[in-house]
Design a protein around this ligand. Structure first.
Ligand code: PLP
Length: 388
């Protein structure tokens, strides 16, 4: 609709009208476990904060709007949200999953869910024929991430949506890396979106959280019921911090992206660097697809060092502004060594099949000044090589 407010405006206003009780301009932190009832069976819309809390409701309204979905549910972590989606399944169900997957999701799918009778097949989802081949009569769900972690490959969400429609599967997209600012999977045919709001949506590395966004009312009702029954909710403070972060998502993503582009171009010219994986390069295999299904290329850059494992490790330990840490998507730059950090849970041959080697380093490019980030990386590259 032509007069729908834009993303930036929705991030600041949807779900965030002045507080009815006090006029507080900013949604208050309703730090309360319970709500006093006017009479038995009469309340003002809230009874107990596991079931519903006004601060959490505000966050959910904003997130639903940012993803262009009708319903959002906030969770205590991205993994709690992912587990929430798992609770849509029953024993005997089968799920086809992209093999380039967040390590925590891989752990849940391989170590926890099989005990509940749910089976998973992992496929290279950049190849649609592999997805089709893995579908069985018991398959009910297709699970993808795009861009993938850490190699930043692109999976065609609309094409997966078409397969899901034809085979009557639910298509789930983990949209954490892309963010709703750059990609809206529901518009591309997905049925369920999950987020780790810990990353770009929260944006300041100061709160853990997750969310699910759906359009279908029956799915939303089932998720809401199981979340209340199992309890994976965020507290009011965490909901508030996440909402505070989400207000600036558009600004931050533009800064992350501009910096990532500069860092990626800089790294590509350095002799210490063997290869830079960045979807904004026209020679990246997912470039055209990224241009089609995203509104930008994001803030992540992955590189392979020419000097192998020793150089990569020394590089990752030598930066000053890039903190050596798990996670991504905060205003501060982070550097990670996927082989033992984010992807430590994968078997070595699985890692190699995804293109992750002991020379691979992942950067979450923050919003510091790009020149300072490039100087920092220059120093670290020089150190990484000189110590050889
Ligand atoms: C971090 C992350 C998760 C898990 O979220 P938590 O908030 O750490 O529980 C899931 N998916 C992706 C892509 C992630 O990066």
């Amino acid at each position: 609709m032509a007069d729908d407010p834009h993303f930036e405006t929705r991030a600041i206003h949807i779900g965030q009208a002045a507080d009815e009780a006090t006029g507080a301009t900013i949604v208050p932190v309703y730090q309360t476990a319970t709500f006093t009832q006017d009479a038995i069976g009469e309340n003002r819309g809230y009874e107990y904060s596991r079931s519903g809390n006004p601060t959490r409701d505000a966050l959910e309204a904003a997130l639903a709007s940012l993803e262009g979905g009708r319903f959002a549910l906030a969770y205590g972590s991205g993994m709690a949200a992912i587990h929430g989606v798992m609770q849509l399944l029953s024993a005997g169900d089968h799920v086809v999953v992209c093999d380039d997957l967040y390590g925590g999701s891989y752990r849940l799918f391989t170590k926890v869910m099989p005990g509940f009778g749910v089976r998973f097949s992992f496929v290279d989802a950049t190849r649609l024929d592999e997805i089709e081949r893995a579908i069985e009569p018991a398959t009910v769900m297709l699970w993808i991430e795009s861009p993938t972690n850490p190699m930043l490959r692109m999976i065609d969400i609309a094409a997966c949506g078409e397969i899901a429609r034809r085979k009557q599967l639910k298509l789930v997209v983990d949209n954490t890396f892309a963010t709703p600012y750059l990609q809206n999977p529901l518009e591309l045919g997905a049925h369920v979106i999950v987020h780790s709001t810990t990353k770009y949506i929260g944006g300041h590395s100061d709160v853990i959280g997750g969310a699910i966004v759906v359009d279908d009312e029956a799915t939303a009702a089932k998720l809401s019921f199981t979340r209340n029954a199992t309890g994976g909710v965020p507290g009011p403070w965490d909901a508030w911090l996440t909402l505070r972060g989400a207000k600036t998502l558009a600004l931050r993503m533009r800064a992350h992206e501009a910096n990532a582009q500069q860092v990626a171009e800089f790294l590509r010219e350095r002799p210490e660097v063997e290869r830079v994986h960045y979807p904004g390069f026209p020679d990246h295999p997912g470039f055209e697809l990224a241009r089609r299904q995203m509104r930008g290329f994001g803030g992540m850059v992955t590189l392979d060092l020419a000097g192998g494992a020793p150089a990569a490790k020394r590089f990752a330990e030598s930066t000053r502004y890039f903190s050596l840490a798990e996670s991504l998507g905060g205003v501060e730059s982070l550097i990670g060594y996927p082989w033992t950090m984010s992807h430590g849970a994968f078997e070595p041959e699985v890692k190699r099949s995804k293109g992750i080697t002991e020379a691979t380093v992942r950067l979450s490019v923050g919003i510091e000044h790009a020149d300072d980030l490039c100087s920092d990386l220059t120093r670290a590259l020089e150190r990484a090589v000189s110590a050889r």
